[in-house]
Ligand binder design. Sequence first.
Ligand code: EPU
Length: 440
Amino acid sequence: MADMLYVDGGNPLHGEITVRGAKNFVSKAMVAALLGEGPSELRNVPKIRDVQVVSELLELHGVHVRYCPEAGVVELDPCNVRTPMVADVDTLAGASRIPILFCGPLLHRLGEAFIPDLGGCAIGGRPIDFHLEILRQFGAEVDKAEGGIRLSAPEPLRGTKIALPYPSVGATEQLLLTAVRAEGITELSNAAIEPEIADLINVLQKMGAIISVDTDRVIRIEGVQRLVGYTHTALPDRIEAASWASAALATGGDVYVRGARQADMTTFLNTFRKVGGEFVIDDHGISFFHPGADLHSIHLETDVHPGFMTDWQQPLVVALTQATGLSIVHETVYEKRFGFVSALESMGATIQLYRECLGGHACRFGQRNFYHSAVIFGPTPLSAADIVVPDLRGGFSHLIAALAAKGQSAVRGISLIDRGYERFTDKLAALGAQFSRETS
Ligand code: EPU
């Protein structure tokens, strides 16, 4: 498939699109199926590259996967789980970050695991030290091997007490997927509590797990001896919903996002309103629109849930280039999440990056030479440019900028966007965007 879009921008997006299950939940729920003694069925599954990668990795481990993209249903039967050839697993090296979450389930099922080198967006160092420390504390042996990590469990894994240095989403999921079948009780403090994690807990509870989420980010798990399959409908993708909302605002349009759910987006909605965007919520989705008046500059800090998600930041920054005054954005989750702004500058935006924490509080990245704060001056008209998609969310931001900019932009590397935005070109067409895919 051609990897470039020519976008004729400067026209508001109008219309309706549908978001299905959250990318950052669906892949984890698919991994959880490995823990069940019977088949599982996950519904509301979007057709995105991450689902394909996880399906392939599960199949290599003997899970029978049947995916019907139209119905959005994936059936997973883990009855013949087996150790695959390392060379086969290696073919998926660098494709995604999800393989690291196979560790606990495979250790329980097979007593060993080989995890290929991870992929994912280049938005910071993205270490896995918390994951490996968690696995060691459960009693796993973890060794670096060529092309990945080799793990084994000489004894059954035992429950443990762990405090995370930072409420990492992935490390919390690692712990949940390992603790549910470990012997005894596990207690995690400073856990991440994102809605996608709450939904993973829903899945695990359906499977037979005993998990309680206490106040102050403490999660307690009582290990059980057996888990069964589940049937579950994935929560909607709040990142995709916010991305289309930002596209509506930046282009001066209106987009009804069918499937968007208020409860998962409260912080985004507050910010959207402060910028001057308007929205109407009904039982089936949220309509986001630009009311026609000037947009307002804001001060924003990204944070773990219930704060403003880091993944909402990049799309919204494009809309902030159209707001009057100086906006300040302090990114506190990833140290390198402003790589995408150079393309916006080439299109006419005025954005200055700073190493300092330009926010209410000092974050982990202050004093560490990362350009993790941005000052955006607006409004600046955007003009067309030739731009290259840097990462998933940054890529969608480039697309929004191209849609907002007058003239024809060339957006290269758009297949990266397929990793997390289902059929985004069909959705662009449904919203009246003018574009063509390069056919060469
Ligand atoms: N961190 C460590 N050590 C670890 C793990 C994380 O230092 O072992 C640090 C990271 O470097 C980062 C911070 O902790 O600075 C937060 O990382 P977290 O583990 O929470 O992120 P993740 O699980 O790797 C998921 C999503 C991201 C999303 C973050 C935060 C998936 C597959 N990815 O990543 O989504 O930004 O949580 O909500 O669920 C995206 O969808 O584009 C995306 C990047």
